[in-house]
Design a protein around this ligand. Structure first.
Ligand SMILES: Cc1ncc(COP(=O)(O)O)c(C=O)c1O
Length: 381
């Protein structure tokens, strides 16, 4: 028997181990990267633009797509483009990857953490409505695991106060809300192509922008504040009038992104099949709540499969004894001292923080392995 180890990590070399995540590398990615390595452009070049077009056509139209170096870059650049400044109040989810919130600290914004909904772990619009005031300059939401947030409710708050919504859709490539693709709805939506996402470019990200007029500025800020197209035409006059940084994607990454776009429908279908299988097998087990299923007004992108259960660490040990990895993946952000310490107004987060658990889901998992995970859970812990 495989004793629980300190880090809850299993080796993926042993095929009997059911690991939590595994990168999805499309068949053509190696060829496309190889071609790129033998071309003139390995940095930001034509493949970056092509990847933006393909992503735009499939996920973000009519909003424009712009690639960046990571999902974190996408968030930071969106916050800058949204005009956030030092001292501005921003309502943001407490339960997310710290990447959602750390760029707000860089800007010097004052984060007001909003609580979660117990049945989705998404931001709770009721709490957002209590927190919003005349100093609030933006609302950030995260579609946890791939399930879209209550966008209508969030939009009505944002419209009332005339502030933008920034959707962190790092988990939500392919998700839909009321038949609209995530990426096509708000002023800003950000995506991540980090190692274990639906699409990976090693690291990478995308911004979807509603306002066409912001595009030129976005492109300049993505590259030091310089207009690259003018520079390539030889017309660059050497002035930089706004502060930019180096947020751009490379053609090596975009080559992986292009290969991933060719099989994205299969990737999404497979993940949804696994998610549905988990739901079917877990929904009637006493003591287990399966999150994110049963919605008719929105479509889950099936990035994470999350359950809520009592005695979580005992369950994790039981899973590990059966060669199955499980984790929390994200933690409440107010546990990190950079965010100012634990808040006392997040009752749902308090209730659930010791109970949620993420189960293995990726494109290397087969249905029999899902069955195994579910039958181990069913046998009790
Ligand atoms: C919700 C969320 N937002 C943002 C990010 C950051 O994306 P990246 O790792 O591509 O910078 C992640 C994780 O990767 C995430 O899970």
């Amino acid at each position: 028997m495989n004793a629980p180890n300190k880090y809850n990590i299993l080796s993926s070399d042993d095929p009997k181990n059911i690991v939590l995540f595994y990168p999805h590398i499309p068949k053509k990615a190696v060829d496309y990267v190889n071609d790129t390595l033998h071309s003139r452009w390995i940095g930001q070049g034509p493949k970056v633009e092509l990847f933006e077009q393909k992503f735009y056509q499939r996920f973000t139209a009519p909003n424009i797509s712009l690639t960046v170096g990571s999902g974190t870059d996408a968030l930071h650049l969106s916050y800058i483009l949204a005009g956030l400044k030092e001292g501005d109040e921003v309502i943001a989810p407490v339960f997310t990857c710290m990447a959602t919130n750390i760029p707000l600290l860089y800007i010097g914004a004052k984060i007001k953490f909003a609580d979660i909904q117990l049945n989705t772990l998404n931001i709770d619009p009721k709490h957002v409505a209590q927190l919003v005031n005349e100093n609030t300059k933006a609302i950030v939401c995260v579609h946890y695991g791939g399930l879209p947030c209550d966008m209508i409710e969030l939009q009505s708050i944002a419209e009332k106060w005339n502030i933008p919504i920034i959707e962190d859709a790092a988990h939500a490539i392919g998700a839909k809300y009321q038949d609209k693709s995530i990426g096509s709805i708000s002023d800003f939506t950000t995506f991540s192509f980090q190692g274990i996402k639906h699409i990976t470019t090693g690291d990478g990200g995308m911004i979807a922008l509603k306002d066409n007029k912001l595009m030129d500025k976005a492109k300049r800020i993505r590259w030091f504040g310089i207009d690259r197209s003018m520079r390539q035409l030889g017309l660059w006059e050497n002035d930089i009038s706004e502060i930019g940084y180096k947020y751009q994607m490379t053609d090596i990454s975009a080559a992986m992104g292009l290969a991933a776009m060719e099989e994205i429908e299969d990737t999404l279908a497979l993940r949804k099949q696994l998610f549905n299988e988990y739901e079917k097998r877990l929904k009637n087990i006493p003591g287990v709540q399966f999150l994110g299923a049963g919605y008719t007004d929105r479509e889950h992108a099936a990035w994470l499969c999350t359950i809520v259960a009592e005695k979580r660490s005992e369950l994790q040990n039981k899973l590990l004894e059966n060669k199955i990895e499980s984790k929390q993946v994200h933690y409440r952000n107010d546990r990190y001292s950079i965010f100012g310490g634990r808040q006392n107004n997040l009752t749902n987060m308090d209730l659930i923080e010791d109970k949620y658990l993420v189960l293995p889901m990726h494109t290397k998992i087969i249905i029999e392995q899902v069955e195994k995970v579910c039958s181990v859970i069913k046998s009790g812990w």
